[in-house]
Write a protein that binds this ligand. Sequence first.
Ligand code: PLP
Length: 355
Amino acid sequence: MKKYNFNAGPSMLPREVIENTAKQILDFNGSGLSLMEISHRAKDFQPVVDETVALIKELLDIPEGYSVIFLGGGASLQFMQIPANFLIKKAGYVNTGTWAKKAMKEAKHFGETIEVASSADDNYCHLPKDFTIPADLDYLHITTNNTIFGTELRKDIDSPVPLIADMSSDILSRPVDVSKYDAIYAGCQKNMGMAGVTCVILKNDKLGRAPRELPTMIDYNTHVSKGSMFNTPPVVPIYSVLETMRWVKAHGGVKEMDKRAQERARIVYDEIDRNKLFKGTVAVEDRSVMNLCFVMNEEYKDLEKPFLDFATERGMVGIKGHRSVGGFRASCYNAQTLEGVNALVQCMKDFEAQH
Ligand code: PLP
């Protein structure tokens, strides 16, 4: 049976990304060695890193003066690496959910950290509105897409202080004005490729200001100056990012990704709003187009498990909601297809017809 992958991450990737990466795993550039076996210093691998960086810069229209690096440790390591490198006296965080909170917790190891705004009181079902950003912050940290709660800030805000963003779950799904940010980071395992590598975009002239001795591996300058080759980089995951970037480019770039994401989300949200069994969990204006969260309406709560079973039998994978929201979450990253969302919607309609 055909499977439709709605996993939140690692998540669906374009088939050709998987096939092309698999080919290189079997025989890297006809060398007779696997991509898993080559030295990262091999002459054929440097072009992989160079092309990947060049494509990310091109696709996100990154201005001069920024570096793109690849690191291990996931986005979670960035929760500490960002404050280690950027927190001088005081950092501000917008608390929009689990990941934002985790980022804020790590910053506290490095200095004063304040919560500038929060929607915790409403179980993060909307983004905080109308808050003032204190002018004395070293930076303001935001999470542009809240993977668990399904809210998304789909614009680049104006900030009087340097802006830093965790874009793990929506990078490359829309055009971004990178010049508004001093740093952007993303675990690659959603819109950029497979798990095992994190992409960090840094404004060069903001580096090296931390008032503390940084361990070598934590200092961004180490990795910027060595082009992500200070130590052994995650070779296979970086290759998967290259293939994903080629795919995004071949499919029209981030403008087209944005258009497709809006269309998929409209189809699913329209059904959530129409179908008597379901309701969305997020304020309409803050709904994510990457992670679409919904629950059973009160009077149909008993049907939650039966719907999950019904959908699973029809090939839907990964639609169970995170335990902090319950219900369902359909993650629709760049590789998600119209066929996939239409299959989910048909499933919702057919289940409604039975009840
Ligand atoms: N930030 C966001 C928005 C995420 O969705 C995730 C993981 O899903 C993380 C951070 C943590 O990423 P990692 O598992 O790469 O540490």
